[in-house]
Design a protein around this ligand. Structure first.
Ligand code: NAD
Ligand code: DAU
Length: 352
């Protein structure tokens, strides 16, 4: 089968697993999922494709130069989609060093491994090779009430997480300008959908609400995020890898701005309709306003015009149907989240 071989780092995580499923299920690529399997990883998320001949898994650390050289040598990829990262802002506030190690050092190690591989390719093969760094809108810092993040918005990160992602973006551009490595960068807004680890707002609220636990809303709940369904992100990433211009950045977003309180109330309203175990007063009665996140960015909102006009991608899922499908997925997939709560996560937030 003549499909390209693509290394997907972090393919056992939330977005990486959606990318693996999308590419393999649609027979678009042979995916080599390179993941060290941190607390955030879950191989069950790639179970739908794990038996395919178009899927391979390598358990390895992107900070391990030898292991990365080995992966490139063995699989001879035509592209890289780099998603492996420490991704949770709150964890970066209490433990920044792991974020520097994975997101900065790991990205530099991976860039070097890709560079060595690319330099060894024939001219024809080298022309086809591309390295996509998957990044975040958080590198731009915070918006006021007006305006949108554009690709030219200056970087102004607020948290150790977003600073480490900004650093990795700069490294990728440096490897492009200095060594010629064919790089493209995507900066996406908040994703939501199935297989989302329950430390992030939406799955945390769904599972806490189902267990009649408090629903922690930071500050007054007025912070705004711009939500994109994860499968739309996976499609955008493939589009950018295929047709994005080298050395360019593309913002990815679905124009779905919501305050955190709106998101939490929406989830509560859906659960009120979908389960018959609602607490007295409904699930929203569980909302508790708690101490704000330090350095909490007020508002994110993406202008995805460049990606839409230049590469023809458009978000397909709207927030109202996407969030309903997501709540439904969690109701139907206790076998996915129960082991996470019991084995890895218990006590940290849910106290189960
Ligand atoms: P995640 O935390 O769910 O998954 C990260 C994955 O990377 C895990 O499977 C983990 O095991 C793996 N990993 C971590 N360190 C590694 C290492 N040293 N070597 C190999 N693998 C390692 O993250 P996510 O939410 O799926 O995010 C994926 C990427 O997308 C990240 O780069 C993140 O910054 C970016 N991003 C996320 C969002 C979002 O809303 N979640 C939005 C925009 C961009
Ligand atoms: O914008 C893209 C980013 O989105 C990605 O780069 C990150 O990897 C991803 O984790 C996400 O970051 P956020 O910090 O926006 O996501 P989180 O789910 O942690 O929080 C969403 C909002 O909800 C944020 O304003 C903080 C708030 N929040 C979060 C949690 C966990 C709460 O109010 N209560 C909570 O318990």
């Amino acid at each position: 089968m003549s499909v390209p071989t693509i290394i997907v780092t972090g393919g056992a995580g939330f977005i990486g697993s959606a990318v693996c499923r999308y590419l393999v299920e649609n027979k678009l690529a042979h995916v080599v999922n390179v993941d060290v399997l941190t607390y955030a990883a879950n191989l069950t998320s790639v179970a739908p494709v794990e038996d395919s001949e178009l899927y391979s898994f390598v358990q390895a650390d992107i900070c391990d130069a030898e292991a990365m050289a080995e992966v490139f040598k063995k699989y001879q990829p035509q592209g890289v989609m780099h998603l492996a990262a420490e991704s949770h802002v709150d964890r970066s506030i209490t433990g920044a060093q792991q974020f520097i190690q994975t997101n900065v050092v790991g990205t530099a190690v991976l860039l070097d491994a890709a560079l060595a591989h690319w330099r060894g390719l024939s001219e024809e093969e080298a022309e086809k090779f591309k390295f996509l760094l998957v990044s975040t809108d958080e590198v731009y810092g915070s918006l006021g009430e007006e305006g949108l993040f554009e690709e030219v918005t200056p970087y102004d990160p607020s948290s150790p997480y977003s600073a480490s992602k900004a650093a990795s973006d700069h490294l990728a551009i440096a490897w492009h300008r200095t060594y010629g490595l064919p790089i493209v960068i995507s900066n996406c807004s908040n994703n939501y959908g199935p297989y989302h680890f329950p430390e992030k707002l939406i799955p945390l609220i769904i599972l806490n609400a189902l267990h009649h636990k408090e629903l922690p809303v930071y500050g007054d709940g007025s912070n705004v995020r711009d939500w994109l369904f994860v499968d739309d992100h996976a499609k955008a990433l493939w589009t950018i890898l295929q047709t994005g211009r080298l050395g360019e950045k593309y913002n990815v977003g679905g124009r779905n701005e919501r305050t955190n309180l709106e998101v939490v109330e929406t989830v509560c309203g859906l659960l009120d309709e979908m389960v018959d175990t609602a607490p007295e007063g409904g699930h929203a009665s569980l909302i508790k306003f708690v101490t704000d996140r330090p350095g909490h960015d007020a508002r994110y909102a993406i202008d995805a015009t460049k990606l839409e006009d230049e590469l023809g991608w458009k978000a397909e899922e709207n927030f109202d149907s996407g969030i309903k499908a997501t709540v439904q997925w969690y109701l139907e997939n206790e076998s996915w989240w129960r082991p996470i709560l019991e084995e890895k996560y218990a006590g940290e937030r849910l106290g189960l």
